[in-house]
Write a protein that binds this ligand. Structure first.
Ligand code: LLP
Length: 428
């Protein structure tokens, strides 16, 4: 049989009939650490980051990794050591940045529902900027900062009302989304912010959605945001930085998003043409830095032929890989040792052991497998482990970071005791 290639995954490749992550045979990882197992390539993360760094060469730009995509400490450490800041959305994420050795001054805090406690925590840590999403939040933040004798650095998330043409659950820049301040309201809200004693206006931000595979919505959003920058500055409120959010897509299934450097070449040309080329820039990429740097190894438990459907039951499930159940998302599923079995290819629905019909990982996939074989679910570096749950009292998977020939366990497999640690029987 011919060995499949893995487009979009340069750091996961077949050598002979074995799948490798960098220089490590992944079947060895499964044997040693068990399955399901998330395997990340450090080189793949750094290569994805390098595309942005090339794009921003000789510019005043700060890349803030949107850590909701994958907030495991070992992953954060890679980006902290590479000089990245972080886009956080909770006090918990702030503590993760601290634990991973990140620079608090390069942290921006996004999200529509920051609590007073989280605001105090972030102010005490000295983060770089709060990306504020409503007037109510502006007022509370000002009050909290004043009570601490501080001024909170703020940017307001504006809603450019452009359609990113992605899944409705992951588009955020349209009028009817809960995020940001409407374009038409932005100038008034900036005036309000500038009048509050506990705030210091430092920037403007937007984020239009996720898994965007086309440059057009970005270019449109940039025009809309720059129109606002002009109006806000004409009103006497200077904006030191412009933050264009994240959202660049990856190749899951013959998707062809622009490379980060090519996208930014176009965006920077527009920025220059409109006279804002020297402005400090920030971006908040998540998926595009880690998505194709990770795979989830899983073992086939049973094959279950049926009249209309054949099922391939694997030991990974919707609690490990929630994206198919939540967004009908596609993840490629490939054999770890393609020539190991001589069984013919059959079309299967690849499903997990969780007691839900929604627990599927792939539909109608042609696979030549038998029980005991290993499969790799690709593009599993983003929004998988960070969205994993303990549903059905399934322990979350282990994670390893591959760096050349070295393997680092960055998360141990969770057991039942770990899951019950904070629970108590009723006394008496
Ligand atoms: N900045 C903000 C304010 C965001 O809300 C997000 C993602 C990002 C940056 C990073 O976007 P990225 O570069 O990763 O596209 N769970 C969904 C994706 C949810 C994205 C939420 N916001 C999925 O699995 O597709």
């Amino acid at each position: 049989m011919t060995t499949p290639t893995l487009p979009g995954h340069p750091h996961f490749a077949y050598r002979g009939n074995e799948l490798f992550a960098e220089n490590v045979r992944v079947s060895d990882l499964a044997r040693e650490h068990g399955t399901p197992l998330f395997v990340y390539s450090k080189a793949a993360m750094l290569a994805a980051l390098a595309a942005y760094q090339r794009g921003f060469a000789r510019r005043d730009a700060q890349i803030c990794y949107a850590m909701k995509a994958n907030s495991s400490l070992g992953v954060l450490q890679v980006f902290a050591q590479a000089g990245c800041g972080f886009d956080i959305v909770s006090g918990g994420e702030l503590e993760r940045v601290r634990a991973a050795g990140g620079d608090m001054r390069k942290v921006i805090f996004s999200g529509v529902g920051k609590t007073r406690t989280e605001m105090r925590q972030a102010l005490a840590a000295g983060i770089g900027c709060f990306n504020v999403e409503s007037e109510a939040e502006l007022e509370v933040l000002s009050e909290v900062a004043l009570a601490m004798g501080l001024r909170a650095p703020v940017s307001i998330r504006v809603n450019p009302n452009v359609d990113p043409k992605t899944h409705p659950y992951i588009s955020t820049g349209l009028k009817d989304n809960k995020f940001g301040v409407a374009h038409e309201e932005a100038l008034r809200v900036y005036r309000h912010a500038a009048s509050l004693k506990g705030l210091q206006v430092v920037g403007i931000d937007c984020h239009i959605g996720s898994q965007i595979t086309d440059a057009t919505p970005y270019l449109d959003a940039m025009d809309r945001v720059l129109d606002l920058v002009a109006a806000i500055e004409a009103a006497g409120i200077p904006l030191a930085h412009i933050d264009f959010g994240g959202g660049l897509g990856i190749n899951y299934n013959n998707d062809a998003p622009p490379e980060a450097d090519a996208l930014w070449q176009q965006l920077l040309a527009k920025l220059d043409a409109r006279g804002y080329g020297g402005r400090k820039l920030m971006i908040e990429p998540g998926r595009s830095l880690v998505g194709n740097a990770g795979a989830c190894l899983t073992e086939v438990i049973y094959l279950k032929p049926g009249e209309h459907k054949n099922f391939c039951i694997i030991d990974a499930a919707m609690n490990d890989l929630p994206r198919p159940a939540m967004y009908q998302a596609f993840h490629a599923i490939v054999p770890v040792s393609p020539a190991a079995s001589d069984v013919p290819a059959t079309t299967y629905d690849v499903v997990g052991p969780v007691c839900e019909s929604g627990d599927w990982i792939g539909r109608d996939r042609a696979l030549a497998v038998q029980s005991g074989d290993l499969l790799a679910v690709l593009s599993a570096g983003a929004y998988c482990m960070s969205m994993a749950s303990n549903y059905n009292t399934r322990g979350r998977a282990a994670e390893v970071l591959v760096d050349g020939s070295a393997v680092h366990v960055i998360r141990q497999r969770e057991n039942a005791q770990d899951q019950m640690r904070h629970e108590k029987l009723v006394a008496g």
